[in-house]
Design a protein around this ligand. Sequence first.
Ligand SMILES: [Zn+2]
Length: 248
Amino acid sequence: MASEKTRAIVLRLVEFSETSLVVTLFTEDFGKVGALAKGARRPKSPLEGALDLLALIRIVFLRKSSESLDLLTEARLERRFRSAERELARLYAGYYVGELLSELTDTGDPHPALFAAGDQTLAAIDRGEPLAETVLRFELAALKLVGHWPSLAACVGCGRPVDGGEERVPLSMISGGVLCGDCRPGRRGVVGVSSAVLAALRTTGEEQQPLPESWSLAPDVRGELRAVMNNYLTHLVGHRLRMPPYLQ
Ligand SMILES: [Zn+2]
């Protein structure tokens, strides 16, 4: 059994026995990890104070082979996610970031840049940064980092350039990109996207990730992009996500 050290974001805590928890962590170096935290529910356990939902923690864990859970042996709190005490909308946004980190990655598949984006986003939510933009910025960064950024310049059906000069451009949720007029007919899961949202996506796609904190959108573009993201991510993960209905 190898002993590993890394940082992690706490995604899920499930009571396992009277004294123990099963924790799902998104770690910086090992991706998503499921681990048993023995004795974590005991009042004076060294793990107890650190295992808080969406907290950033520093951990030591023993990697188990094959199917069994890893074993969490040390956990130290680096930053608690404090929005729970302040504003429900920010708490929900935090849960949503956690949901995406979990849904967009597989167990044991490292994504250090996604970890950094998630960590920065949770800190930005806690600091009181504009909420809708902070969440959208994370979603766009996450799509890029896990390799699901939509094709925005070339038709996903035939590869022909799609200029976006028209009023609305068809965006295929299933194929993950824009469609030309010839490829559009007969396809399911297509949403007409305004040229303003397409332009925002294209600009975003060219920028460095994560996007700067000054990044902002006009309210109508923001609202439409929110709806497009809900739809796009539902198709990507294969089911409705839990938190989007609670996002403003
Ligand atoms: Zn086409």
